[in-house]
Design a protein around this ligand. Structure first.
Ligand SMILES: C[S@@+](CC[C@H](N)C(=O)[O-])C[C@H]1O[C@@H](n2cnc3c(N)ncnc32)[C@H](O)[C@@H]1O
Length: 221
């Protein structure tokens, strides 16, 4: 694992408690206003019976989807987040990293694979993408919600960035590194990893029209 990829997991381990508190307190306005509903609607539009939520964090998406009768399996590298997800229910949760998928330790398949703001690494994401088609049931869909370039106008595509948690009311222990890909780079990565029908959509805040995220849909070729 490359050093900065390892830092991603370490930072989420250090920030797990603050992250849980921030979501409990509904402290991230863009999530409450726009992006939570955007990803739930995108999953429901696929009419799945089963979903795998990769980088599931404390499991809010699993809980939201299980309320619609969907079977959810959530995976996250950070044990305290997985423990919290297990305690709150809504699915089966596993303390597995993306590297565990690459190493062939996960044999489940689902109708939808979803990554909600969880594809943060450079190399481990590049290694993960090509194994994902095998984790989808026939006719299945990959969904990725991530930051849109309009939200990070200073960031150069293909470089590491740092979330400093400014404006958060809860105390985060560490900045969170993340690797910024442009829409073209996402498209190329998915094509090279065996996906076709790649669609990229700009998600906007209905009230202000501000850009809230990039939503990517893809199916195996
Ligand atoms: C911004 S949080 C999003 C959590 C959740 N998807 C949500 O919407 O609340 C990013 C999550 O990705 C997880 N993550 C990052 N890199 C990972 C990796 N290589 N393997 C597994 N989980 C990872 C982190 O532990 C963290 O829980």
């Amino acid at each position: 694992m490359a050093e900065q990829d390892a830092d991603v997991i370490e930072s989420w381990r250090a920030n797990a408690r603050a992250w849980i508190r921030a979501l409990d307190e509904k402290a991230i306005a863009s999530r409450e206003r726009v992006t939570n509903a955007a990803i739930v609607d995108a999953v429901l539009a696929c009419k799945p019976e089963s979903v795998m939520d990769l980088g599931c964090g404390e499991g809010w998406l699993a809980r939201a989807l299980s309320a619609h009768g969907i079977a959810v399996h959530g995976f996250d590298a950070v044990e305290p987040l997985v423990d919290r997800a297990r305690a709150l229910g809504g699915g089966f949760f596993y303390p597995f990293s993306f590297a565990d998928f690459v190493a062939g330790r996960v044999h489940l398949q689902a109708d939808v694979l979803v990554f909600n703001f969880s594809l943060l690494d450079q190399h481990s994401v590049e290694a993960l993408m090509p194994v994902l088609p095998r984790r989808l049931k026939p006719g299945g869909t990959l969904l990725i919600q991530t930051l849109h370039p309009a939200q990070v106008p200073q960031a150069q595509a293909g470089t590491w960035q740092r979330e400093d948690w400014q404006g958060m009311t809860t105390a985060f222990a560490e900045p969170a590194p993340w690797f910024f890909r442009s829409p073209d780079q996402w498209q190329a990565l998915l094509h090279d990893s065996g996906f076709a029908d790649v669609a990229l959509e700009t998600v906007r805040d209905g009230a202000s029209d501000a850009v809230a995220s990039l939503l990517i849909t893809a199916r195996p070729s």
